[in-house]
Design a protein around this ligand. Structure first.
Ligand SMILES: CC(C)(COP(=O)(O)OP(=O)(O)OC[C@H]1O[C@@H](n2cnc3c(N)ncnc32)[C@H](O)[C@@H]1OP(=O)(O)O)[C@@H](O)C(=O)NCCC(=O)NCCS
Length: 139
């Protein structure tokens, strides 16, 4: 049975394995040993994990900064894709953001991962006329 709930510390190894599978090209700052403790310090209830019995099979991270909500790190184990779990994780993240008063949610898709745009379009996300910029503060 699949359940979605807030991350628990005993799920570290499962989430780490999931992210290594789903995001093999992510920079070191996105690794579980860095991202999870940081998220546990800020809105920990917005790091959600899907389990099949006790196995970690999906995750999503969200944040609300008082103006916008953001969604990150959506991942489903390859063994569990195509059954609606990705959509359920987004739905749960959206519900929690809405519960905090969030009026709009944003997310980014890497250019190399354009295939996933159709997935988000089906969930109501639209490509917006923006140039995405970022700056690393850890270097
Ligand atoms: C994106 C992801 C979370 C979707 O999880 P999922 O559980 O398979 O999603 P769902 O079952 O809810 O939806 C699947 C639908 O989205 C489509 N889809 C999902 N990912 C896709 C992809 N990478 N390429 C093409 N189509 C994709 C499927 O074709 C399917 O459509 P259908 O129902 O019409 O057949 C999963 O593919 C994944 O973990 N990918 C690797 C990590 C990643 O790219 N995350 C997103 C970062 S922005």
């Amino acid at each position: 049975m699949i359940r979605i709930g807030p991350y628990r510390p005993d799920q570290f190894a499962g989430v780490d394995a999931l992210w290594r599978e789903a995001f093999p090209d992510d920079p070191p700052r996105n690794r579980a040993e860095i991202s999870i403790p940081a998220k546990r310090a800020v809105q920990p209830e917005l790091l959600l994990v899907a389990t099949d019995h006790d196995d970690v099979v999906g995750s999503v991270m969200a944040g609300y900064d008082g103006h916008r909500g953001w969604i990150y790190s959506l991942a489903v184990r390859s063994t569990h894709r195509g059954r609606g779990l990705g959509a359920s994780l987004i739905g749960e993240a959206e519900a929690r953001l809405k519960g905090l008063g969030c009026l709009k949610v944003n997310l980014q898709v890497r250019v190399a991962n354009q295939a996933v745009v159709g997935f988000y379009s089906d969930l109501g996300y639209r490509i917006e006329d923006r140039i995405s910029m970022g700056k690393a503060l850890d270097g």
